[in-house]
Ligand binder design. Structure first.
Ligand code: ATP
Length: 307
């Protein structure tokens, strides 16, 4: 079931068209990766969804209903986590949550139970420490815990991992992945490795237009190349073998991972194994190369900008 759907959204800043018939479809209980380079229009889109800015034409549906300028009640079901959340440094984590609970109107009898739940859910280890002593990763967790207090249907995160170190990023990505059983996540990022690891679906925006949208698995699978990668210790020897004694090899290059090569038409994978066996060469791994999200991103944007 579609939770957030955007149709033909147009937004001008003066004469500059920031969103151009933009579309997007976020389905329930998925992590949707909203990706695009700087200036592509991600923040403008999120601001339009939150009605922080007006748009010129188009429709945004939340939970099946078109947004209406005079009715912001849908925001009760949406929580927003900014890239670098800030809290008063003199408050304890638990106090931040208590204030948020108060602000969103959680009944006093429910409050402590709910706060305890979100602290556990987001694994905040020191709820009684002052926020000023929190690491960036812990502040992100606190922001997510605050957002979860109201049990949102949609959790929007804007670049949540951009300010974190690799370990903090990994922990936060694990948390995001685990949250999709209880909410839907729209996650804006330009860190494609993170998106590839955590998102079920992606939408790629360029110049205010949606240029690619689909299930992550399908997109990556559809982009499997016809290239093979071989990993082994004796790279030079294998390179020589493939380039000089394998008439079925079309192109070949050394890469970071090993040797990448393509086959000529009608050549078979078994030709490769036969060659290694004939020359008694041991290889560690041989596999078909699939593209990373980054490869897809570059390819789509190159095509987009060459027309
Ligand atoms: P980033 O990742 O850098 O935040 P973004 O994808 O979020 O980029 P937006 O901030 O939505 O992109 O900006 C889209 C385009 O609209 C950019 O060219 C930007 O310069 C322009 N823009 C954004 N806000 C305004 C504004 N208030 N007035 C004029 N132009 C704007």
């Amino acid at each position: 079931m579609s939770l957030l759907k955007i149709e033909n959204l147009n937004k001008f800043y003066g004469t500059f068209k920031a969103l151009d018939n933009f579309e997007l479809n976020v389905v329930e209980n998925q992590v949707y990766g909203f990706i695009g380079r700087n200036g592509a229009g991600k923040t403008t889109t999120l601001n339009a969804v939150m009605q922080f800015i007006d748009f010129d034409s188009g429709t945004i549906y939340f939970d099946g209903k078109p947004l209406n300028k005079d009715d912001v009640s849908y925001k009760e079901f949406i929580a927003f986590v900014p890239d670098v959340p800030s809290f008063p440094s003199y408050l304890k984590g638990r106090e931040v949550l208590a204030l948020t609970a108060d602000f969103i109107g959680i009944e006093a009898s429910e409050r402590n139970k709910r706060i305890k739940e979100v602290i556990e859910r987001t694994d905040i280890k020191y709820p009684n420490k002052k926020v000023g002593q929190y690491s960036r990763g812990m502040r992100q967790r606190l922001a997510i815990a605050s957002a979860l207090l109201k049990k949102p249907k949609l959790l929007i995160m804007d670049e949540p991992t951009s300010a974190l170190d690799p370990l903090g990023r990994k922990e936060l990505l694990d948390l995001i992945r685990s949250l999709k059983s209880e909410t839907t996540i729209l996650y804006s990022t330009h860190i494609l490795g993170d998106a590839q690891g955590v998102c079920d679906k992606i939408g790629l925006i360029e110049n205010g237009r949606l240029v690619l949208e689909g299930d992550m698995d399908e997109i990556l699978r559809s982009k499997v190349t016809n290239a093979y990668v071989v990993e082994c210790e004796r790279l030079d020897e294998v390179y020589k073998l493939l380039s000089q004694h394998a008439p079925f090899v079309d192109t070949i290059e050394k890469t970071q991972r090993g040797i990448t090569f393509t086959l000529k038409e009608n050549a078979k994978q078994r030709d490769i194994y036969r060659l290694f066996s004939t020359y008694d060469v041991h290889i560690d791994k041989l596999y078909k190369q699939s593209q990373s999200l980054e490869d897809v991103f570059v390819e789509v944007l190159n095509n987009e900008n060459s027309v």
